[in-house]
Design a protein around this ligand. Sequence first.
Ligand code: ADP
Ligand code: MG
Length: 584
Amino acid sequence: MPIQILPPDVTAQIAAGEVVERPASVVKELLENALDAGARTITIEIEGGGRRLIRIADDGSGIPAAEVELAFARHATSKLRRADDLDHITTLGFRGEALASIAAVAHVTLTTAARGEAMGTRVRVVGGELVSHERIGAPAGTIITVENLFFNVPARFKFLKAETTERSHIDGLVTRYALAYPDRRFRLVHDGRKAFEGGGTGSLYDVAIEVYGLDTAREMLRVHGEHQGITVSGYVTPPHITRANRGQITLFVNGRWIQDQRLTHAVVQAYHTLLQVGRYPMGVVLMALPPEDVDVNIHPTKAEVRFRDGDSAFSAVQKAVRGALISGAPIPEAQAPGTPVTAPRAAVPWSPWQAADDVPPAAFQARFPGGGPAEPPLVPEAPGEDGGRLGERLPILRLIGQVGATYLIAEGPEGLYLIDQHAAHERVLYEQFMAERGQHEVSSQALLEAVAVEVPPDRVAPLETQLPLLNALGFTVEHFGGHSFLVRAMPAAFARQDPAALLNAIADELETGRAPLEREVERRLIVRVCKQAAVKAGQVLTAAEMQELLTRLEACQSPRTCPHGRPTVIHFSAGRLAHEFGRT
Ligand code: ADP
Ligand code: MG
């Protein structure tokens, strides 16, 4: 093919592809326009995950009648005049590309009336072509409706994810903007049902309650700091409220939501040793700095920025979050590096050896005739160190007692066993449930009274999608509207558990945007439910409870690891003990 300049409809589509990747990108651009227009109230209506319809109504400045058509031209903006204006952008938009790009790949209707003008305007643009323009009466503000997104870009349309995925992207976006603009009121409606409403009071805490739920919001720590001209504010979760990925760490710079791995890392690093491996906090961190210290013009969707001084941005975030953790939650001694974990709450008398009259190590064998000691290993045998032992059953154990309200101590024919009560219980529950499931006889138990459970807004869609699976697992759960689900029955194995805690644990597992195989979802959910239901470290158990746990663990197929693969049992052989005490 000879070299040619592309016709405008082709360049328009290419350019649109950069800005409009999916329905959530349309929502983002239109939200930003509403915020730039000074709107106090913004209503977002979505149908079909945004493919069928996106409508955003605002009560902002509106567009003067004479400028409406121009607003759809590429590089047409009221927010920028000259190149050096780029150095101190204070609006969210400035490229003048959004309306042009959206209109190139959808059917757009814009109704707007500028404050102070008697009449409003309505235009309709289809695939970049103006098809109608009329003067009409309308209240001040703007309503823009985007229908049939990607109707003329089949390649893009094909790549759209499931409706629920697109929906959760939109939910995530709107709730994040609500957190960054607590003085504006946001209302989000999916297919006629309210999904989120919050803000307008100016209090970030009020929005946090709507976004994270009251229980989490109540525990969140206020971030507040200043470092080298950068102000940092927001809320983060304390170390015990975490998620499995970084997706719930939200950063805003001068009112703009940005993705920045380094700053996300600054947040995580502030927790230092406080988080378990693989867990991440949630929160919203808002940075404010002089516009000339940050370049916002480096990314087509303005999702990334460049700081003039990246190191001080990093320090500002890290220090502020660290400060929140230190003042809000004194760092527990147990979690300091190198310190062994001790019982978090109740002080438990350390008495197991007395309970079991004096047991010299050499006597282990005598108590368990038939069991012979193995070669003395030099280190405690944690399962996993030696693959061959992983699936091995446990011998019959004799309970000695509980230590630190966290571990059980038992003796067996081959020495001393330390058992992690939480991990062991997880294993027991998991095998019991899987056995029932394998025989298709998971029994369900109806609750005396149905319980309404609130989940975070971004979990509503994923949870709704998995309701059939939950019901197959012995739950009876239905969507109750908004963020609420109604739990009517639970699997009998978990009948004594708190329905709210269990459902929230499940929702937590169904992280946004992940759509693994059905079987994998099922396994993960079961593992998660078992974890939630298992006795916790720090929980004092009666002798009968401990005995029952031991007996059930002995009956397990793979008693030596929890369903996550961590050890449940550490074994000190008689030989090892003798060796340690200098007897051999
Ligand atoms: P940008 O936001 O980068 O300027 P857009 O294509 O998003 O570019 O919008 C073009 C122009 O249309 C804006 O500069 C603004 O003047 C006007 N506009 C768009 N949406 C709104 C709105 N909701 N309220 C008022 N004016 C708007
Ligand atoms: Mg814009």
